[in-house]
Design a protein around this ligand. Structure first.
Ligand SMILES: Nc1nc2c(c(=O)[nH]1)N[C@H]1C(S)=C(S)[C@@H](COP(=O)(O)OP(=O)(O)OC[C@H]3O[C@@H](n4cnc5c(=O)[nH]c(N)nc54)[C@H](O)[C@@H]3O)O[C@H]1N2
Ligand SMILES: Nc1nc2c(c(=O)[nH]1)N[C@H]1C(S)=C(S)[C@@H](COP(=O)(O)OP(=O)(O)OC[C@H]3O[C@@H](n4cnc5c(=O)[nH]c(N)nc54)[C@H](O)[C@@H]3O)O[C@H]1N2
Ligand SMILES: [Mo]
Length: 763
């Protein structure tokens, strides 16, 4: 009962706008919006899949990086995980004839939805320079083309190797080995656009760029502050953890410019209460903050904590912890004494009373967790903003004790593991030296390019070859028009992918697509079926076993593709046992165990029932491995975001029916949008001030000093209860508005959550 892929593309012609919802529900919504994809899947594959997601012996859900609880339910997945699985596991494949029927120019006119719905890529295809069509080629031919290209470069640094966070630990480890043995650290990844600000900030102040909590900590917390994150859509299983925490007595505060449905009320489909009742009220306090206002809010709360301590010395701060483990208390105290409350209220859009209330809650709590995601990382001052989270936590010893900690919630299911495995353009010397010892191959030391700097290098004509392990870089990176022009200037672009997307249509002069197995599929190699491993947001590492037959007979695993690329590039006598890696992934894991800190005995550790949790100094023993050997309280200057009169600050975000650039449907259920995506959400008072009306069609211009305006034409205005002066539109459509040079200080992450825009009635 499989269905044909859609022939016609979708448009916004029938868009429906209703009211935003105040409650998030679990599973029920999916069947409706995923109907076309479910029809492709068929009942047998569907049943097989849904009983193995996140189960022991099954596969790890490939949607977000939310952790698995120890007591797994029969169905341990959420609505959006189900969508990711349905989307990947379709048995519909792109037939060979497709490539003659569709030119690249034709594909470049299609939406991401249409491209993704064509089915799974099933054979390698090659577009020679000068041609507007891909044509099927053999695997050997494809590897030879890439190998010749890489060997023909003048320097290894003329190639850039991107990674998206879905790659397994095994694939990531082998990939960075290949790239470094080839001679470059040009290993940008999606994390550069995602939690890079988190890694930069935490690395400096606590020595580890990762979460300091375990899953169990949620249930032991007194207070959980959810900042800049929309869990109902992007980490739906987190709602269960928040609900459990509430039932155990925790207070929850959400800080967001938008009243996101799930942060108001949640109906858990796996409980009776959730099925028949009104659900659980999640947020005890909702702070509707202005975009980019979090750093000011955090400083204002810390200031209140310090004032309370001054009024009743010895009762508020955790003096023992501060004295033994931290540096910088005096400087912070002096700095915050001068904090200008007017500037705080201006930046946050909040009242002093609201901030007082949060400070009181924080002081009353003996165990506080702060979680955050893109609402904090994708700002110019993101790194310092995140350091303010640590300041606040440290004041009351909220790191390294039960129920407390800093918890960045990661995006892609294995983005954190990929970093642990060495996917980073600036891995430390200790890792590179360990690699060198293990493989007896010299490792390059000069840092490589990150995502934004990769585009800049292309603009300077320094990149000949672009290779992508998953992802959809041209659609995900900022400044779409500039990025597309840059990619088109390379000689060869290579995509290792499961499904078609815009990065296959906007390419180098020549282009290759190498189709790969997804995580749901059985990965059969010479030594038998292989498992892979992944790491979640709380540093838990576990195995993932593909369960369904591959979508097409000719597909290769990511590991097989990478090792064969390595052999085609480095030759058969590179001194590295590539073939052995492909035959048996245990061989790869033996190396991981010897190279990657915390992964000793990797093969044994991931075979334990629930895998293992990586060691984490701050969490386990309040050990901080930054150069100072102490957790740092830091002094950060507030930097107001300048938004001239008549302009709005625009954030780009995800709808309920997308995974990054993958569009499952045109609906955004909780925000009341159906059958369309070209919308811009604006506060009704701002609409009135701007002389615009709800439903009107506008052109959106983004302003950046000294450059022509970037523009997005024909968007529909939706009156929406966002914070004053703030607007929102969907990523990736709105990426065209983000200037390439607008990046976060030090982490270089595109500023996707604060774009100065002007709305004008459509021309
Ligand atoms: N279903 C699904 N799941 C996903 C993804 C997906 O696309 N679909 N993507 C995955 C990935 S890679 C990631 S990184 C995560 C992303 O997870 P999120 O960070 O939740 O993703 P966004 O949609 O970007 O939402 C940003 C949230 O922060 C708020 N926000 C924006 N700016 C600010 C600010 O200045 N201050 C505060 N306090 N809040 C702000 C927005 O209103 C919104 O609620 O999700 C992962 N999971
Ligand atoms: N304006 C704006 N821009 C943003 C963001 C934002 O909030 N606003 N968010 C940023 C963030 S947080 C991120 S993480 C990036 C995401 O950037 P990317 O990770 O580059 O993008 P995705 O859309 O997740 O990539 C989807 C593609 O991956 C391929 N794929 C899927 N599964 C597999 C697999 O198992 N193996 C392989 N090899 N390929 C697979 C498919 O071809 C699919 O089309 O975007 C960033 N860009
Ligand atoms: Mo992400």
């Amino acid at each position: 009962m499989s269905a044909e892929p859609p022939v016609e593309d979708v448009t916004d012609a029938d868009i429906e706008v209703t009211h935003p919802k105040h409650v998030a529900v679990g599973l029920p919504g999916i069947l409706h919006s995923m109907e076309p994809a479910l029809r492709q899947l068929g009942p047998k594959r569907t049943a097989e899949l849904f009983t193995s997601i996140n189960q022991r012996g099954g596969f790890d859900c490939m949607s977000c990086a939310w952790p698995d609880p120890d007591d797994r339910k029969k169905l341990e997945f959420c609505e959006n995980g189900a969508k990711a699985v349905i989307w990947e596991a379709t048995p519909v494949v792109i037939p060979s004839a497709f490539w003659a029927e569709h030119s690249l120019s034709d594909l470049a006119d299609k939406t991401e939805y249409w491209l993704g719905m064509q089915g799974r890529l099933s054979e390698p295809v090659y577009k020679p320079a000068g041609s507007d069509h891909y044509r099927p080629v053999s695997w050997d031919e494809a590897f030879a083309i890439v190998g010749d290209q890489l060997r023909g470069q003048e320097s290894p640094d003329e190639a850039v190797f991107y990674t998206s966070g879905r790659a397994s630990n095994e694939a990531a480890f082998v990939y960075q080995l290949f790239v470094r043995a080839f001679g470059t650290n040009n290993l940008p990844d999606c994390s550069n656009m995602c939690h890079e600000s988190t890694g930069t900030a935490l690395g400096e102040v606590i020595g580890v760029g990762k979460s300091t909590i375990r899953y169990e900590d949620f249930e032991q917390a007194d207070l959980i502050i959810v900042m800049g994150q929309n869990p109902g859509t992007n980490h739906p299983r987190m709602l269960t953890a928040l609900e459990d925490a509430k039932q155990a007595g925790a207070t929850i505060v959400s800080v967001n410019p938008l009243p996101e449905a799930a942060l108001e009320r949640y109906k858990n489909p796996q409980t009776v209460r959730g099925m028949v009742g009104r659900g659980t009220v999640i947020s005890d306090q909702f702070l509707q903050i202005r975009l980019g206002g979090d750093m000011a809010l955090l400083q204002a709360v810390s200031k209140r904590v310090l004032e309370a301590e001054a009024a009743a010395p010895g009762t508020i701060l955790d003096h023992a912890f501060l004295a033994e483990h931290c540096l910088g208390l005096e400087e912070l105290t002096a700095h915050l004494a001068d904090l200008d409350e007017t500037a705080v209220l201006e930046a946050t859009g909040l009242t002093s009373e609201q901030i007082d209330e949060l400070a009181e809650r924080y002081i009353a709590s003996n165990a506080t967790i702060v979680t955050w995601a893109m609402g904090l990382t994708q700002h110019k001052a993101a790194v310092n903003g995140i350091k303010e989270i640590i300041n606040l936590l440290l004041l009351r010893g909220n790191i390294g004790k039960p129920g407390a900690g800093a918890s960045p919630i990661r995006g892609h299911s294995n983005v954190q593991g990929d970093r642990t495995m060495g996917i980073w353009e600036q891995m430390p010397e200790s890792f590179l030296a360990a690699m060198e010892r293990e493989f007896a191959v010299p490792m390059p030391r000069e840092h490589g390019v990150d995502a934004v700097n990769a585009i800049r290098a292309m603009q300077r004509g320094e990149v000949r070859t672009w290779i992508s392990l998953g992802g959809n870089f041209v659609a995900a990176i900022s400044d779409t028009a500039a990025a597309e022009a840059a990619i088109r200037g390379t000689q060869l672009s290579v995509q290792i992918s499961t499904k078609l997307n815009r990065s296959h249509a906007v390419t180098g002069e020549a282009a290759i697509i190498l189709p790969t197995l997804g995580r749901t599929e059985i990965d059969l190699q010479a030594s038998g079926p292989q498992m892979v491993s992944v790491e979640d947001s709380v540093c838990a590492v576990h195995a993932s076993h593909g369960r369904i037959p591959p979508a097409a007979p000719g597909l290769l695993s990511e590991v097989a593709i990478i090792t064969r690329l390595a052999r085609a590039t480095l030759g058969e006598d590179s001194g590295i046992a590539w073939q052995a890696f492909e035959d048996d992934y245990d061989t790869i894991r033996e190396h991981i165990g010897r190279v990657v800190p915390g992964c000793e005995g990797y093969n044994e550790q991931i075979r334990r029932e629930d895998g293992f949790v990586l060691p984490n100094g701050p969490r386990d023993s309040r050990t901080f491995t930054n150069p100072e050997g102490r957790a740092l309280l830091t002094v950060n200057e507030l930097e107001p975001i300048h938004c001239p009169p008549g302009r709005l600050l625009l954030q780009t975000l995800r709808s309920h029916d997308q995974f990054n650039t993958t569009i499952y449907s045109l609906n955004d259920r909780y925000r009341g949008i159906k059958k369309g995506r070209n919308v811009v959400f604006v506060n009704p008072d701002d609409l009135r001030d701007l002389g615009l009306e709800d439903g009107q069609t506008v052109d959106v211009f983004s302003e950046w000093a000294g450059q022509p305006d970037r523009e997005l034409r024909g968007f529909r205005v939706v009156s929406y209860p966002t914070a004053r002066g703030c607007a929102a539109a969907y990523f990736p459509e709105a990426n065209v508005l983000v200037p390439l040079d607008s990046t976060a200080d030090r982490s270089n992450t595109p500023v996707s959550k604060a774009i100065v825009v002007r709305l004008q009635p459509a021309a």
